[in-house]
Write a protein that binds this ligand. Structure first.
Ligand SMILES: O=C(O)C1=C[C@@H](OP(=O)(O)O)[C@@H](O)[C@H](O)C1
Ligand SMILES: C=C(OP(=O)(O)O)C(=O)O
Length: 438
């Protein structure tokens, strides 16, 4: 008998029997799906998302927008697509009684993108999420909203979930400073709603470092594609003009960061893995993967829209600044632990505020399997050692689970705790992984 109180058994990560020869269809991008959903909910008419990601993070975003008053429905004529009818945005005169609630789960995009949208709502909106979400940094978002005249009440640790945003039907906008050194999502969340502010918004980043710049560029690109005027000509300052957001019919690119473990499998096991639907140009940070994997010993080619990565099983150690692409760091760390020399990963101090403290988690789990990995002020130094089997702890972090799967290809006896946590961004990770190895 199973009971929800009984933890699922650890997943025995399969070892690779030989070189790979596989094509893997990777589901849609989390970051694009959740941006398109927000913009569709703020648009001036009904829109459509084609091939959106349907995973925990995007289902939470869709549900949250429904809870705020949008309609998001499956299209019976095109299975998988979402039809979006925007939020009413009634203004103060149309104020609705009662508090709406938003469940953020562990999704950074939900907790950082929706408070500014909630400020436009016609009632208070209470935000909360998983236990792990309550320790993720939120302070700069809440401070920025308060600076813009929005009332925010915190219910727990200051600067963290849970909190309530008192939606009052509109935000005057203007200009705001935000320290986004802990997450680029602080900037993206303000920019996504800003065209709906009375005077638009100028956001100025004030912190010492800025992670994940491609994700901010992605925000600017999706806004411009929806007809919003954005000036990003000055480094770390963004200006969004007030105006309407065009209703769109958009197709979501595959999630290139979720393609990473599959592509890296070819580097670890040898052989070739292909991912179709690879965009010719993209703002996804996973677009940096081919270059990184070549440095680590792979060969890559883009034939039409199919990216192929081939490896020999030999992985080179590297010195990499991953500031622009922190979300692929756990995957690169797995490669590094199997490398032929030390690897230094830099520019990723902000990973301490991801789904878990990823620098601590990666260091602990590499060490648990017999490897060597030390934290630095802004990253990791990984020195390959012969690894042995053991149980990889995943800390509710989808990328720690795929990290464990990748190590398991080369190291017999690796078990991955709570592999179901991959559902945060990949439906059926185990099925896709087994399919790649079949
Ligand atoms: O805007 C986005 O969609 C994201 C931005 C990045 O966040 P950080 O800047 O907090 O790393 C990235 O790591 C996350 O997976 C998705
Ligand atoms: C950091 C990540 O997620 P989130 O959007 O929750 O910040 C991630 O997916 O690696």
């Amino acid at each position: 008998m199973t009971s929800p109180d009984v933890a699922a058994p650890d997943w025995p990560a399969p070892t690779a029997a030989g070189p790979l020869d596989a094509t893997v269809e990777v589901p849609g991008s989390k970051s694009l799906t959740n941006r398109y959903l927000v913009l569709a909910a703020l648009a001036d008419g009904p829109g459509r998302l084609r091939a959106p990601l349907r995973s925990r993070d995007t289902l939470l975003m869709a549900q949250a927008l429904r809870d705020l008053g949008a309609r998001i429905e499956d299209d019976p004529a095109a299975p998988g697509d979402w039809l979006v009818t925007p939020l009413p945005l009634a203004g103060p005169a149309g104020a609705t009684a009662g508090t709406a609630t938003v469940d953020c789960g562990l999704a950074g995009t939900v907790m950082r993108f929706l408070p500014a949208v909630a400020a436009l709502a016609d009632r208070p909106v209470r935000f909360d999420g998983d236990a792990g979400a309550r320790v993720r940094p939120m302070g700069p978002v809440l401070a920025a909203l308060r600076d813009l005249g929005v009332e925010v009440t915190e219910h727990g640790e200051p600067g963290h979930l849970p909190f309530t945003v008192a939606g009052s039907g509109g935000v005057p906008g203007g200009a705001v400073d935000v320290d986004a050194s802990a997450s680029s999502q602080f900037v993206s969340g303000l920019l996504l709603a800003a065209a709906r502010f009375g005077r638009g918004l100028t956001v100025r980043h004030t912190g010492p470092t800025l992670p994940s710049l491609p994700h901010i560029e992605m925000t600017v690109a999706v806004l411009r594609a929806a007809g919003v005027e954005v000036d990003d000509s000055r480094p770390t300052i963004w200006r969004v003009e007030p105006g309407s957001i065009a209703a769109r019919d958009v197709r979501v690119e595959p999630d290139l960061s979720n393609a990473a473990p599959f592509l890296c499998a070819a580097v670890v096991a040898g052989g070739t893995v292909r991912v179709p639907g690879w965009p010719a140009s993209t703002t996804q940070p996973g677009g940096l993967l081919p270059g990184i994997l070549e440095q680590m010993g792979a060969t890559t080619s883009l034939d039409g829209d199919v990216l192929s990565v081939s490896g020999t099983g030999v992985v080179h150690g590297v010195d990499l600044d991953l500031r622009a692409a922190g979300e692929i760091a756990p995957t690169i760390a797995a490669l590094a632990a199997l490398g032929d020399g030390p690897t230094r990963l830099r520019g990723i101090a902000h990973l301490r505020g991801h789904e878990t403290d990823r620098l601590a988690a990666l260091s602990a789990e590499i060490t648990r399997l017999g490897g060597q990995a030390e934290q630095t002020a802004d990253g990791l130094v990984i020195t390959p050692r012969p690894l042995h089997g053991g149980t990889v702890r995943t800390y509710a972090d989808h990328r720690m689970a795929t990290f464990g799967a990748l190590l398991g290809l080369a190291v017999p006896g690796v078990l991955v705790q709570d592999v179901a946590t991959t559902a945060k961004t990949i439906p059926d990770f185990v099925g896709l992984w087994d399919g790649m190895l079949a």
